[in-house]
Design a protein around this ligand. Structure first.
Ligand SMILES: NC(=O)c1ccc[n+]([C@@H]2O[C@H](COP(=O)([O-])OP(=O)(O)OC[C@H]3O[C@@H](n4cnc5c(N)ncnc54)[C@H](OP(=O)(O)O)[C@@H]3O)[C@@H](O)[C@H]2O)c1
Length: 273
């Protein structure tokens, strides 16, 4: 039996849609909706029941927070999986070129925790930043200007739907992907000028200092300020344009089909608000 965690989230819900109707799949979420198992990594007492009878766990990385919070969540999930006799954990991580992002640490800790397990097989899906995430950092303002400090940098963004398809394909055939690390980034990196042109907007990149001040003033939580600032900086300085991963496994894991166009996904996401 396969258990998918986090099915109320954007990625988890796409995965759940694709697995609907399968009797060998159970869905887990903090909300514990009808037809799901309640599981909350912040409440480890929910995990033994949720993981009972599970052979494969698709562990969707658990949200945002300070490193100690996210590490504790993922640590609790993996320890509970070991205790429950789970055989294989598929984990949604962060692309290998993302090490300059402040949120990389919790992903790399989780990868290391899985590698050190003496009972679990694992597969690590190193997801690139979502095309949809570009709406957080490069949506046009009221004057129809994109002012995010992307500089001349570009992001190898990838559609969430492609990552959901891959997560399903790997988690439903885990033995074929035993102890493998896959890099999953977009094939066509996008810069601020590309995003603006697609929307008929202007690209007027600000500075990192301006962005940091605006994020702090927006009511963001303290950890979110360096999180977003490090994202801008990594893109602007060329670390996330797709050239930093040794091999992009996206197309191969999509079974040869074309990846979705990240620019189309971004434009649609902006228009849908
Ligand atoms: N590659 C990217 O661009 C990117 C961007 C943003 C985030 N991420 C990471 O990828 C994950 C999935 O992305 P998303 O777009 O689906 O994010 P999302 O819509 O914000 O969903 C957050 C996810 O975290 C789970 N979660 C939070 N706290 C949890 C806890 N205590 N116990 C168990 N699960 C918990 C939620 O599960 P429930 O169903 O229980 O709510 C949900 O699946 C995120 O959580 C984050 O780690 C990646």
């Amino acid at each position: 039996m396969l258990l998918v965690t986090g099915v109320s989230g954007a990625l988890g819900s796409l995965v759940a849609e694709r697995l609907a109707g399968r009797e060998d799949v159970v869905l887990g979420t903090r909300a514990g909706r009808p037809g799901t198992r309640r599981l909350d990594f912040d409440a480890p007492e929910t995990l033994p029941g949720a993981f009972a009878g599970v052979e494969t766990l698709l562990l969707i990385s658990a949200g945002y927070g300070e490193d100690d919070v996210v590490v504790a969540r993922h640590g609790a999930a993996i320890s509970a999986a070991e205790a429950a006799g789970v055989r294989h954990v598929v984990y949604t991580s962060l692309s290998g070129d993302g090490d300059h992002l402040t949120y990389a640490l919790a992903h790399r800790w989780t990868e290391r925790r899985l590698r050190r397990s003496t009972t679990l097989d694992w597969t690590i899906l190193r997801n690139g930043l979502y095309a949809e995430f570009l709406t957080w950092i490069a949506a046009p303002d009221a004057e129809h200007r994109i002012t995010g400090p992307l500089g001349e940098g570009r992001l190898a963004a990838v559609a969430r739907a492609d990552l959901a398809d891959i997560a399903v394909s790997v988690a439903t055939d885990p033995a074929a992907h035993r102890n493998r690390v896959y890099e999953l980034v977009g094939e066509r990196p996008l810069g601020g000028a590309d995003l603006a042109a697609a929307l008929g907007a202007a690209y007027v990149p600000g500075t990192l200092a301006e962005a940091r001040a605006a994020i702090a003033a927006s009511g963001a939580m303290p950890f979110q300020v360096p999180m977003l600032a490090s994202t801008y900086s990594a893109i602007a300085h060329g670390f996330l344009d797709g050239t930093g991963v040794a091999r992009n496994d996206l197309r191969a894991l999509l079974g040869g089909r074309e990846p979705l166009d990240a620019l189309d996904v971004f434009v649609k996401a902006v228009r849908e608000g």
